[in-house]
Design a protein around this ligand. Sequence first.
Ligand code: T1G
Length: 694
Amino acid sequence: MTAINPVTDLSMDGDVAVITLNSPPVNALSANVRDGLHEGFKQAIANPAAKAIVLICDGRTFIAGADITEFGGAMKGASLADVQKMMEDSPKPVVAAIHGTALGGGLEVALCAHYRVAVPSARCGLPEVNLGLLPGAGGTQRLPRIAGVEKALEMMTSGQHVPAKECLAMGLVDELAEEGKLKEAAIAFARKIVKENRPLKKVRENNTKLEAAKGHPEIFAKFRKENARKFRGFKAPESNIRCVEAAVNSTTFEEGMEVERKLFMELMTGPQSAAQRYAFFAERQANKIPDVPDDTKTIPIKKVGIIGAGTMGGGIAMNFANAGIPVTIVEVKQDALDRGLAVVRRNYETSAKRGRFTMDEVEKRMGLIKGSLALEDLADVDLVIEAVFERMDVKKDIFTKLDRIMKQGAILATNTSGLNIDEIASVTKRPEYVIGLHFFSPANVMKLLEIVRADHTSKEVIATSMKLAKQIGKVAVLVGVCPGFVGNRILAQRGREAQKMILEGAMPWDVDRVLYDFGFPMGPFAMSDLAGLDIGWVKEKSRGETIRDVLCEKDRRGQKTGAGYYDYDENRNAKPSPVTEEIIKEFVKKSGRNPRTISDEEILERCIYPMINEGAKILEEKKAIRPSDIDVVWMNGYGWPVYRGGPMYYGDQVGLDKVLAKMKEFQATMGDAFKPSPLLEKLVAEKKKFADLR
Ligand code: T1G
């Protein structure tokens, strides 16, 4: 075994040279790795004893891409293109041995090997689009040649990690090895190639699948049309599509590579990719809790209890069943329990109909979800999550009972979306085991989990909850107890201004259009219509004091009644409503206000800047650990466009001095709702950014 450099070894297994990378955590293509590969291949190719070369990685995964931490800096070390050329033009067969995830530049390196062997648990993908980029090392030209145009478009614009079995079926992988026996299998495969004198397949020369797509521009037109809604606002998907088009329409491989290089640099130097790369690291940073070390002991969660089989309870239960953890859902009445379980089954069957998994899988997951009418049935679960309606007295009653019933050492969690968890914990004798696990509806779909640390919550319980969140596929952010925690507290700022502006002359669809164009999937008024305007509205008590009251009194309760702020057609498409317009104008006139024209710019600033300011207050009160955590909450739970990096990141891009100046301007005319937070004042005074508050 020869150490080429600190992360690369070269060894001989008989007549096969083996280049082994070991650069934790994910063997990313750092300068060190590129240098190691360059020297490793040079030596292996030059070594007459080596008849073939195997590239393999130690650690948890094959190369998971370029080293994103190097982006934006001066490139050092060997160029990746030189390494790839060496591999592809090698006179000896090169076999890439894949385990874990071969992603981005990692798959692009593997596509320069002549053959690829993988274990069944491996996955391959080109997820650069999730970083606002495209595969910049030949992936846009090689993948369509090996996987076909349609599959390449799908993989490159979704960033999906494709399981090895599927990769084998599409020709991306040549052989599957037994789990744990990858090295032996890859070396044996390399020997077989030599013995059978098989050709040194260069993906770049394989144009068959491209020929099939030549003269069929409709493939791309159809793909663009089908995904227009999903790609809205993002630059990278279109650039990925144009690269595949170039692969099909170019006369040479190099010509296509030229297009790839040009479009890659455009994205790499653009604001969207910078924001999406920020989001990538912000999500990983959110896992780190300064006073809860990585080696903090965690509680094994083998059985879970959920209280309440409503929309939230059912969705939460699915997360655990999806992760193979048995769940017991407790309800007070049989019909409510049956209704809740039926919704869960329907959700699973819908997913099966969409081909996400088989009906067997539906039965397997339903088999992990049990119903009960007795709280006592939760006595030996490791975690209980209460998901009943938001009334403090009800929550306290349940936690009093749970404290009596549950085994010692179990975690008592509440899914409250904003009530005081310290108060809930105070009715138990084990407040250190009480925590908030705030899921977002639909809980089986939304990625975000606000984990709410109460005054007495132990580090063990926090560490367990953070780990469990990853296990059930959630993006977790630790927040402190305050009204609305982080997400809803900031949402209230936007909601307040949106409501105020329709009393000052704007129409609901003006506000929604501005936020929709900004990149939110939907504005606050369309969102209210979707949720239902009558949530918390009591007909008997309604006195037309707000526009919502008036709408509800006129039976305009939202999408479900075909009318709310908007009018809806039979396909639930919304259009601005002359009825609502009249109601608002009448309401404003009666209130003695003088309506005025409100510019799109003012609408945006009045919706967004108070959010940023509230984020600063949350940091001051230490209800969030760092600004990027607030951004992770908003990008994963509230539809903030990831290519704008979240409200705090956006504040830094706009310039905190501009945010502060506008807040003061609004405060002067509209009052202390716009009072700048001391932290915002301080950062501007010190010419600092939120990014400096790491
Ligand atoms: N570069 C640098 N660091 C990376 C990294 C990367 N590509 N991928 C992961 N890390 C770090 C991460 O920050 C974390 O660090 C640790 O590894 C574990 O990650 C030319 C331009 C591989 C599926 O987009 O999707 O190639 O927080 O917590 O959940 O065309 O990481 O511990 O200090 O996410 O097990 C394309 C990105 C790059 C893949 C593992 N590749 N990574 O997930 O662990 S662009 C990607 C992932 C490119 C070329 C282009 C995931 C993972 P720390 P983790 P995980």
